[in-house]
Design a protein around this ligand. Sequence first.
Ligand code: SF4
Length: 208
Amino acid sequence: MDFTAKRNELWSQKVIKGLASRNMTGYYAKTKEEACQIALSLIPEGATVTMGGGASISECGLLDVVKGGNYQFIDRNAYADRREAQLLAYDADVYLMSANAMTEDGVLVNIDGNANRVSALAYGPKKVILVVSMNKICKDVDSAMKRARNVAAPINAGRFGLNTPCSKTGACADCKSPDTVCCQFLITRYSKHNDRIHVILVNEDLGF
Ligand code: SF4
């Protein structure tokens, strides 16, 4: 028996309950393929869809399916003016993303340099679908913030080749570098808007 999967499935029920208490909807997927199918079941045909970064969205195959499917995908990489695409995202039907960390009682923790991603989660797109690997679940907000600062942010800084202390050492130095990816911190503890935030928890490791 895969005891990690068994534990994740059991633990996910606590996270889903926590999300429900915060007016957000949670799902559990055993595999990344299942996560992709759950996400697709939440996206109406013809919907305008976009995303903010999100290695998890690519890794579970969702990005390719949406790009090739019957949706109006706003591809920010296709815009000469990225700001134009980012502003369009605020009026999209569906926004796809992951989270840098989450608590076991359903609080989402995200860090952003440019802030387009955290601002779209806070307000704008009609529906936000997050694909979150169970390895991002933390005990509480403090440990989730530590994960976001010490794991997700240094990896992000490294993959974009940014000139930050963490991209050289792998550890956060609480920098104020012009290249920092840690400009805005968003803690999502409740959703005012019914049926807006959907979180798909995935047993398999995705993103970072
Ligand atoms: S504050 Fe600076 S050093 Fe720390 S994770 Fe963010 S970018 Fe890296």
